[in-house]
Design a protein around this ligand. Structure first.
Ligand SMILES: NC(=O)c1ccc[n+]([C@@H]2O[C@H](COP(=O)([O-])OP(=O)(O)OC[C@H]3O[C@@H](n4cnc5c(N)ncnc54)[C@H](O)[C@@H]3O)[C@@H](O)[C@H]2O)c1
Length: 343
């Protein structure tokens, strides 16, 4: 098995998780690190005991080392240029979320990956959590019938400090992509429209958009409601949110981590039907897990001729389109159709 050579671009907060995940993967070698702040790249190499070239100019490093793939861990505003440069130089690219900082740029990157014939996938690490896999398998099993509604409450009050507190639409742009991608994962269906209201509660420590409420319509008629706040303190939900899946024959609740409950009606004829618990199967060994490492493993397997990774950018753009359509709806006050096809 030929060793695949990777360069990591962006050596900030997330990069250690990436580089540790990469170290778990057979046949993958990190051959260089780049960061605008060269000292940061050097410090990351030292921290992780990587004896590799470091550079401030990622493109120059790609030209010099000619890697098979690029790990893009830069801030969203820098993503487009790094991904385009890497694809045009014949590299496959694995990017941090979000795929892009605008929908037009996301479309441009999807088209560029297609034109280059290279794989461009996105880290949607929460898809690769065991709970997500179990919720999806349960929904797909038909144990509570086809889904008619999906509801998610996301109430967490993180005091990050830094750039997030100065952003517009902070919850929808920086966090909701994870929740919306989970909705698509669990439903296995395509979102088509959304109505959304954004607010910034009086106690918010964010400049804009600390809370949002959205109703999505999916192509099969399923409804997904999202109630989210990043400035709700006390009784917090998990980072994955607290979920309720309603099918034609029962209901599942999931706390976003490992706690599941499901019930379905028996054939009693009371006003409120008697219910029975529905067993929730354990994690299926066939399901890929592992967060960042899980996404990375599927990406590397695809490069070696395996099937396309499930977070490939041409599919992931649908989750990003949910975020931008929600923002547009919140801004215009109108129901908004999702747009993820190139015009
Ligand atoms: N998947 C998750 O759970 C998760 C969690 C947090 C952040 N993220 C995402 O990870 C990405 C990185 O976030 P972070 O917290 O590590 O940010 P960060 O600011 O800590 O690090 C980003 C680094 O990229 C470097 N950089 C910027 N432009 C560059 C360029 N053109 N060339 C080379 N280096 C460049 C910066 O100097 C900085 O060191 C973001 O897209 C963010 O949304 C994902």
């Amino acid at each position: 098995m030929r060793e695949l050579r990777a360069i990591a671009v962006g050596c900030g907060a997330m990069s250690a998780a990436w580089l540790r995940a990469a170290a778990q993967i057979d046949g993958l070698e990190i051959v260089g690190l780049a960061d605008l702040d060269r000292e940061r790249a050097a410090a990351k190499a030292a921290e992780l005991q990587l004896d590799v070239p470091v550079a401030a100019d990622a493109v120059e490093l790609i030209d010099r080392l000619k890697p098979d793939l690029v790990f893009d861990i830069v801030v969203p505003e820098a993503r487009r240029d790094i991904v385009l440069a890497a694809l045009r130089r014949g590299c496959h690219v694995l990017s941090e979320k979000p795929l892009a900082d605008t929908l037009d740029r996301a479309k441009e990157l999807v088209a560029a990956a297609k034109a280059a014939g290279k794989i461009h996938a996105i880290i949607q690490n929460r898809r690769y959590f065991p709970g997500t896999r179990r919720a999806r398998r349960f929904a797909m099993s038909g144990a509570i019938g086809p889904l008619t509604a999906l509801h998610c409450d996301f109430f967490v009050g993180p005091h990050f400090g830094g750039f997030r507190e100065q952003m517009d639409h902070v919850l929808l742009i920086d966090m909701a992509i994870h929740t919306f991608d989970l909705a698509r994962t669990i439903a296995g269906a395509t979102p088509v429209a959304v109505y959304c209201q954004e607010s910034n509660p009086p106690n918010s420590w964010f400049k804009h958009g600390g809370a949002a409420n959205a109703i999505f319509e999916f192509a099969d008629g399923m409804i997904f409601t999202y109630r989210g706040s990043w400035c709700a303190e006390g009784l917090r939900t998990s980072w994955q949110g607290a979920w309720r899946l309603i099918g034609t024959r029962g209901t599942l609740t999931w706390d976003g981590e490992e706690e599941f409950r499901a019930e379905r009606p028996t054939d009693s004829d009371e006003l409120i039907r008697k219910v029975e618990p529905v067993p929730i199967p354990p994690l299926d060994p066939a399901d890929a897990v592992g967060g960042h490492a899980g996404v990375m493993r599927d990406f590397i397997a695809a490069l070696r001729g395996g099937s396309e990774p499930e977070t490939v950018s041409r599919d992931n753009i649908k989750s990003l389109a949910m975020c931008f359509a929600a923002i547009e709806s919140a801004t215009t006050g109108k129901r908004t159709l999702l747009d993820f096809e190139r015009p």
